[in-house]
Design a protein. Structure first.
Ligand code: R5P
Length: 289
């Protein structure tokens, strides 16, 4: 992603030397002179979120101490965002904690994409550019040339996003009332809207274990849906998600490259949001709209 962004911007990537200590503490050195520079540091908080978050904080600290003029964190997937409120007693609000940590480390600005909840932007007291993958994913869906179709929100949290896809694609809209039983299992209570005889495009911000998408697909099939497709921004894909999606009735899945995904899976198509980030960085740096 960083290379792709640098190519779009006709820039070279900066160099960092990573050399962890034998006990796995992260340690690094910025190899380029950044004194007086506007620096954009890219790190996605997924895969091994604790490690990559710590690494990002350490990079920001190193840049600050090297007298960078401004430090912008480009965080394609902003991890820890699902805990954005206290939904049970004695639970943390990790999204706010991460915002505090990044700011204290010395960050000037954040560029991120499709936050789990857009109000997380307000957890920061520095500027946040909240980008969306909607256009890129909609262009991919348009290639399917669907005629009689419905865009489906697989849970209440996805309503706003799915509705905006439905408007853009000129499709019908439906939603699912779901309950999460545990981290791997979800139960579908009901589908609100008509999916019978229609193709269905399930839209979500992320796919982690795949349980939400697969349960939604099964529920649609039971209600007589035709072909099922899925589109989401962040492919976390853990805990057997790839196998679950492969075995499911979902015909084709579009996801972006905000989280690195190396495997080749025939029904999963990765669409790049590198240009969206490059354009945002260009606008920020040149103070353009
Ligand atoms: C939930 O609020 C999110 O938007 C996703 O629906 C959820 O995180 C997906 O998780 P999984 O793939 O494990 O069902």
């Amino acid at each position: 992603m960083a290379s792709e962004i640098a190519t779009h911007l006709k820039l070279n990537l900066g160099n960092i030397h990573f050399e962890p200590f034998p006990d796995h503490e992260s340690s690094l050195q910025i190899l380029d002179n950044v004194r007086g520079s506007d620096v954009f540091v890219l790190q996605t908080i997924a895969g091994n979120p604790d490690h990559f978050l710590m690494e990002l904080l350490i990079m920001i600290d190193a840049l600050k101490r090297a007298s960078a003029k401004s430090i912008t964190a480009v965080i394609p997937y902003f991890g820890y965002a699902r805990q954005d409120r206290k939904d049970k007693p004695r639970t943390p609000i990790t999204a706010k904690l991460i915002a505090n940590l990044l700011t204290v480390a010395g960050l000037s600005r954040v560029v991120t994409m499709d936050l789990h909840a857009s109000q997380i932007e307000g957890f920061f007291d520095i500027p946040v550019d909240h980008l969306t993958a909607r256009l890129v994913l909609c262009h991919a869906i348009e290639r399917l040339n669907l005629k009689n179709f419905v865009v489906l929100a697989p849970d209440l949290g996805a309503i706003k996003k799915a509705r905006s896809f439905a408007e853009h694609l000129h499709g019908d809209f439906a939603l699912i009332d779901k309950r999460r039983i545990d981290t791997q299992t979800v139960e579908v209570y009901s589908i609100i809207g008509d999916v019978s005889g229609k193709d269905v495009v399930i839209v979500d911000d992320m796919c982690s274990t795949g349980s939400t998408l697969v349960s939604a697909a099964e529920a649609c099939k039971e209600k007589g849906a035709n072909k099922i497709y899925a589109a989401f921004t962040h492919g976390i894909l853990v805990g057997g998600a790839v196998e679950r999606l492969e075995k499911s009735s979902i015909e084709k899945i579009f996801m972006t490259n905000t989280v690195p995904f190396e495997k080749k899976v025939s029904k999963i198509e990765s669409v790049s949001v590198g240009k969206v980030f490059a354009d945002a960085i260009h606008s920020i740096h040149n103070s353009e709209f």
